[in-house]
Design a protein around this ligand. Structure first.
Ligand SMILES: [Mg+2]
Length: 178
């Protein structure tokens, strides 16, 4: 049976964005990483959801961020939160099918991990995330920050507790259907 997943964006969810040159960027080194606490996230796996990070990192192709740093940071998050898989789009072009808001990485994950997208969720902080989710029938959850109040989404949260409530309800619904 195909599993549901909770897809997670990285910047703005796992770590803060870095304000530089009048706009927000991904951290470029460990010195710039300020973690958000996502304590309780691994418990979501007990509801039957796979935990999968999907992140745009276009500064890799631009050679502004090293692949080595990205891999180290992702190893840390994978261990810390028991993530099942991490998918990275390293390409800078907005036309690239793997770069959000295009749905390529979600579709790749569906194929590789046998996922049921119709019962899956995405947790993100930008319109790129929620649009990508919408394109492939995934319910979107926006983590409210000061910069994203106008972004449309199916759900809005400000804590892991609220996330758990939404996913528990869906999990009960799926079990009733079986
Ligand atoms: Mg983000």
């Amino acid at each position: 049976m195909a599993h549901p997943a909770l897809f997670l964006d990285r910047d703005g969810i796992f770590n803060e964005l870095v304000f530089r040159d009048k706009s927000f960027h991904s951290p470029r080194s460990w010195d710039e990483v300020i973690h958000f606490s996502l304590a309780g996230l691994p418990q979501i796996k007990s509801l039957g959801f796979k935990l999968i990070m999907i992140t745009n990192q276009p500064d890799i192709e631009r050679k502004i961020i090293s692949q080595k740093f990205v891999e180290e940071l992702h190893d840390f998050y994978q261990k810390q939160y028991q993530l099942d898989r991490i998918y990275v789009c390293p390409y800078a072009s907005n036309e690239h099918p793997l770069k959000k808001p295009n749905p390529g990485l979600f579709l790749l994950a569906q194929k590789e991990l046998d996922l049921d997208l119709s019962t899956s969720f995405l947790l993100g902080d930008t319109e790129k995330d929620t649009l990508a989710a919408k394109k492939c029938g995934i319910s979107s959850i926006l983590w409210i920050r000061e910069y994203n109040q106008n972004v449309q989404s199916d759900f809005r949260i400000t804590s892991i507790k609220e996330l758990m409530t939404i996913l528990s309800q869906r999990s009960n619904f799926i079990q009733r259907k079986l």
